[in-house]
Ligand binder design. Sequence first.
Ligand code: DHB
Ligand code: MG
Length: 608
Amino acid sequence: MRTSIATVSLSGSLTEKLTAAARAGFDGVEIFENDLLASPLAPEEIRARCADLGLTVDLYQPMRDIEAVPEEQFARNLRRARHKFALMDRLGADTVLVCSSVSPLAEADDALAAEQLSRLADLAQDFGVRVAYEALAWGRHVSTYDHAWRIVESAGHPALGTCLDSFHILSRSTGPEDLDGIEDIPGEKIFFLQLADAPPLGMDVLQWSRHHRCFPGQGGFDVAGLVRRVLRTGYAGPLSLEVFNDVFRQAEAGPTAVDARRSLLVLQEEVGVADLPAPLAPTGIAFTELVTRDAEPVTALLGRLGFTRTARHRGKPVELWEQGDARILVNTGPAAPADARHRSGGRTSVDGTTLAAIGLESPDPAAAARRAEALLAPVLPRRRGAEDAPLDAVAAPDGTELFLCATGRPATPDWRADFEDLPHPAAGPRDLRVDHVALTQPWHHFDEAVLFHRAVLGLAARESVDVADPYGLLRSRAVTNADGGVRLPLTVGAAPGDGTAHARHIALATDDVVAAARRFTEAGGRLLPIPANYYDDLAARFPFEDGELETYRALGILYDRDEHGAFRHCYTHTVGRVFFELVQRDAGHQGYGAVNAPVRLAAQHAVR
Ligand SMILES: O=C(O)c1ccc(O)c(O)c1
Ligand SMILES: [Mg+2]
């Protein structure tokens, strides 16, 4: 199916918007009137620019407050329409969107609305234009898709059809039966289909629509369910994204357009009109890679956590540190060239150590990379160095490198083969594993990051939680595989500030966090000090065994509990932009200690 995007969904000048849409692979655009009015290009030039870029102009919009008005007002509306239709001829657009009226002049008179829309369609026909009538969810008298369709149907004009917009429909829907009427509309009378999702917000619908729409798959609506119904009518027009969103208005148009196209690809897969390589969820974290100019602070920290240096890369200044099943690469080389092409997320940092890459253990790395590529993830060079084993890797939206890899599987290239063993003392039996890797995201890429990790990597998104930071608010949403072997909480930071909210961390699971915390401090490590008030509150919230709370208080261990059991955790100090967490997770507990995060963040600010 053809795909299209409304210029209002992207930031920048009209030229920037068109370029971004074309680069991301859209077939067409909806041109928003404001974008045209503000452009120095004549309509003919815009038309030529679109043609050069391989874009069709699928819709011109919006025309407002047209129908069901007194005759003298309607005469003025027709005069306005004549100008717009002439403009559309110059622009090469053959469909105009007319939103249901919000004017106080409009009357609750469907027969009048139908008659005037029919006269508008007569005029449109003279210009070779079709009119697509859309019910705004806040329209004065017409606010539902079925009402708009009844008016269009009774007008019975060949140049008049309806425009369905998933936001207006789903924001007002109270159950699937509200949508049954869609399939009563003949497909050829649906002149246009606009798609947007939105998070469930319980607010005024106009404000919700104008500020919080997002791309399908990023909110809470069943957009795919709606599209399935529309396709059953025989609708053959484009799938077009129309997203009004405060963040996208500010973010760079290029990445937003790619995010938008990815969302449509996933939607097309869901409704069965696109054939993508199947998702293959990773089964575990093979390694995490830290990049630093000065390895000493971070390797000292790793040593205190019980890690030993076990191997060294054959061709590059990268060391492998291991403890139990946890593996960490410490890279003191220059940032990979891939970096420059992507947005700085984990890597670019003035203050040293960053978490720049993750190795995801994949059931079939090459197949997983093919899906990633089909979903527009930038594929990184398979070999980082001439002698390296081939490794499939893609860049996440923020530039973090994601290696899709195999560890110790004879038939598959093994990242470990690039490393030569170093003599090392036998490690003490601490048996750490990676519980989760928390990836802070740039503020304007959060929804994109969640969709990327879900769609590209085949992970499931958990619920979104808000966390208060002393200097802002964080939003956090974990993506995980089915058995919890991969847990990646994605967090969007507050204002830049001192960077506390932007540090990433590796959480190491242990069966005994008290013992692990003691060994760490006995080895000279410093745990994040937690205020006494926190423990006084814990005592009020939960019953503890004798001495248990005092132990937590002495070490700085935080505590949470749900119906499945407890979550005990503590934090190391921060090195550059990375810190570590020690975690004891009772089987079945699915959280990350979000209730404790404000205390942890405040403590980290205090240390700085
Ligand atoms: O918010 C609006 O006014 C508006 C305009 C045009 C649309 O297609 C729409 O869905 C909303
Ligand atoms: Mg719309």
